[in-house]
Ligand binder design. Structure first.
Ligand code: ZN
Length: 430
């Protein structure tokens, strides 16, 4: 027989808000279960719940529902607020009056509580030491349907304050917060204000106290003691926001260990790749960057030199036979070929030579791909050569030069003998 259904408990007085350490085996009754406009999504209201509906900067819990005496599990993907009700989103209908048992995704909840309670502590110290109000805060690293996997570098939360902290202040903030976690740990208590203090939008009002350090109205779920935050890691880098405001980045609890493992792996891999110690990594990267720039400048210089010299030889051939060709293997890149083509074309135009044609092609051995350029003052010549080359190289695709000028094509991949037959053809015909 169905249990007697009473009015659902309002937000602010939910079981998860009264005792945030209820993890599973919580018995309650279905008050209402309505279909939504979305296919197979139902909105379920329970008499009470240990699953927190998002609010106060804390994301929603997820969890499981079982009918009493049944092993079948229904997944609660999200809990949202509708008026003063906590509404559980599920994928099947459950009859009102059914007695059910709840379990929360505890790992996720504990992480949220560590970040959320950590934020209370950081905000309290910022206020206490420098009279800096928390203007806003955001919890990072919250998995979503679209992005269920969170990368370690996304685990930082931030608090926005009215100005940038100095390096020294940031160190003091870190020391003070971690001292309240490890040495002077503080109990965290919730004071309920009774049935008179019910806000039409926020529900039952409550105050969260961190020892004698801080008292704030908040609807979220909190740890029982600051020691449960574990530790707080602050990023030494702040970002500017809305004028002179600053965002201070931090992460708490098990995230710190996760991040430490990630950072250690990254530095270990980097020091092996760079053959240096951890401390030398930035210096070594600077050095490599400077070297790359130098080598790149040197490459540009020699490319220009080689292009000029190649263009000069090709120009001699054009003067003599009105035709010329060049095939650059190994590093026949587009930028190199373009340099030769542009230099040669401007020489030909300078001398007002007519009735010419030339082909420049290149292959990059590493990718086995390449570029082909056919240049002539005759559109017919261009079309003829393009057609001949197209018969030799299957994956040659290109266009241009319909009124004379340049036809340019790409070869996504050279077949085994194709490059050789292309070179042979050019040698025989140009
Ligand atoms: Zn809170």
């Amino acid at each position: 027989m169905a249990a007697t259904v009473r009015n659902p408990t309002i937000v602010g007085a939910l079981a998860c808000q009264k005792n945030s350490f209820l993890k599973k085996d919580f018995r309650t009754t279905v008050v209402q279960c309505e279909p939504t406009k979305k296919k197979s999504v139902y909105e379920l209201i329970l008499q009470d719940t240990i699953l927190f509906p998002e609010g106060g900067g804390q994301p929603s819990d997820s969890g499981l529902i079982r009918s009493a005496g049944s092993k079948d599990e229904i997944v609660v993907s999200q809990v949202v607020r509708k008026g003063l009700n906590a509404v559980h989103l599920i994928n099947e209908h459950v009859e009102p009056g059914t007695e059910v048992c709840l379990e929360i995704n505890w790992q996720k909840r504990m992480d949220f509580m560590q970040q959320h309670t950590g934020q209370h502590l950081v905000s309290a110290i910022l206020d206490d030491k420098w009279k800096l109000d928390t203007l806003s805060w955001s919890m990072g690293g919250v998995p979503t349907d679209k992005k269920p996997i969170v990368e370690p570098y996304e685990l930082f939360n931030y608090i926005e304050i009215g100005r940038k902290l100095s390096e020294e202040e940031l160190l003091k903030l870190s020391d003070a917060c971690n001292d309240y976690i490890t040495v002077q740990d503080q109990p965290i208590t919730v004071t309920e204000h009774g049935s008179e203090a019910i806000d039409a939008e926020k529900g039952a009002m409550r105050t969260i106290c961190i020892g004698k350090l801080d008292a704030n109205p908040c609807c979220g779920t909190h740890l029982q003691n600051t020691s449960q935050i574990g530790s707080i890691l602050f990023s030494p880098f702040q970002t500017s926001a809305r004028g002179t405001n600053s965002r201070v980045y931090f992460m708490c609890g098990s995230r710190v260990l996760k991040y430490a493992k990630f950072a250690h792996t990254m530095t270990s891999r980097s020091k092996t790749l760079l053959s240096c110690s951890e401390a030398e990594i930035p210096q070594k990267i600077e050095l490599q960057r400077a070297m790359t720039q130098k080598v790149s400048k040197r490459e540009q210089y020699w490319m220009k030199e080689v292009a000029n010299s190649k263009a000069a030889s090709l120009f001699d051939a054009v003067v003599e036979k009105r035709k010329a060709w060049l095939a650059l293997d190994e590093f026949g890149t587009l930028d190199m070929l373009s340099l030769v083509q542009k230099t040669l074309t401007s020489k030909i135009e300078e001398q007002k030579i007519e009735g010419y044609k030339f082909v420049i092609c290149g292959r990059e051995k590493a990718t086995n791909s390449g570029v082909v350029m056919i240049v002539s003052d005759s559109a017919d010549e261009i079309a003829n050569v393009a057609s001949s080359l197209g018969q030799l190289v299957e994956k040659l695709k290109g266009g241009g030069g319909k009124k004379g000028g340049k036809w340019q094509g790409k070869v996504a991949e050279y077949g085994k003998p194709e490059w050789d037959s292309l070179v042979q053809f050019l040698g025989d015909n140009f």
